[in-house]
Unconditional design. Structure first.
Length: 196
């Protein structure tokens, strides 16, 4: 008999598998941004909510906040590192709205009374450097996706993570094919278990 998951990371890709019972009974459940609209078959539990800190999606999370209940929420993680305040003023001046950081506003809106954290630039860059050892890139990568960052982050805390909803596609500046190869290696090492 398989051990029940200690942590489930739910990506925003399509998930057709009924996971509500596993999700709602799991001690740690990670979701991203709008939580794929929280369909009933994916349960209601979310202990760790990961939010983009910059760009239109971050701004939209403030202008059109999440309204679905998140059972068990205790931590907000902003995936962008702490901003350079001088550069933030420059971005405002030259109207580079996609580079403006909304992390503090997101913490104020979603994280009152909760643990609050940001990924560091060092962590993001070290994972990207590792991914780049796995093969050539198609487009110049900016950073790993939030989902792959979460897998790497939680594998420092857990011996194994369970995942669902990882389609490895989207913004072209994420190295999707390398992320897929990285996760495949972790599956072979029994560090990642795919639920869908």
């Amino acid at each position: 008999m398989h051990e029940p998951p200690q942590i489930i990371i739910l990506g925003n890709g399509p998930i057709n598998t009924e996971l509500a019972e596993q999700v709602d009974n799991c001690p740690s459940v990670v979701r991203f941004n709008r939580c794929a609209a929280m369909p009933a078959h994916l349960g209601k539990r979310c202990t760790d909510l990961w939010l983009l800190g910059r760009g239109r999606q971050a701004q939209s999370l403030l202008e059109q906040p999440l309204v679905m209940p998140l059972e068990g929420l205790n931590k907000i993680m902003v995936t962008d590192p702490a901003p350079n305040l001088f550069m933030q003023q420059l971005f405002k001046l030259i109207r580079r709205h996609g580079r403006l950081d909304h992390g503090d506003a997101l913490f104020n809106h979603y994280g009152t009374g909760l643990q609050q954290d940001r990924l560091t630039q060092q962590f993001r860059q070290s994972l990207l450097a590792h991914l780049l050892t796995l093969g050539p890139t198609i487009h110049k990568p900016y950073c790993p996706s939030s989902g792959t960052l979460a897998i790497a982050h939680y594998l420092k805390l857990f011996s194994k993570v369970h995942i669902a909803g990882f389609g490895f596609q989207g913004w072209k500046r994420h190295p999707w094919h390398l992320e897929k190869r990285y996760v495949a290696e972790l599956i072979d090492e029994n560090k990642v278990v795919v639920l869908d």
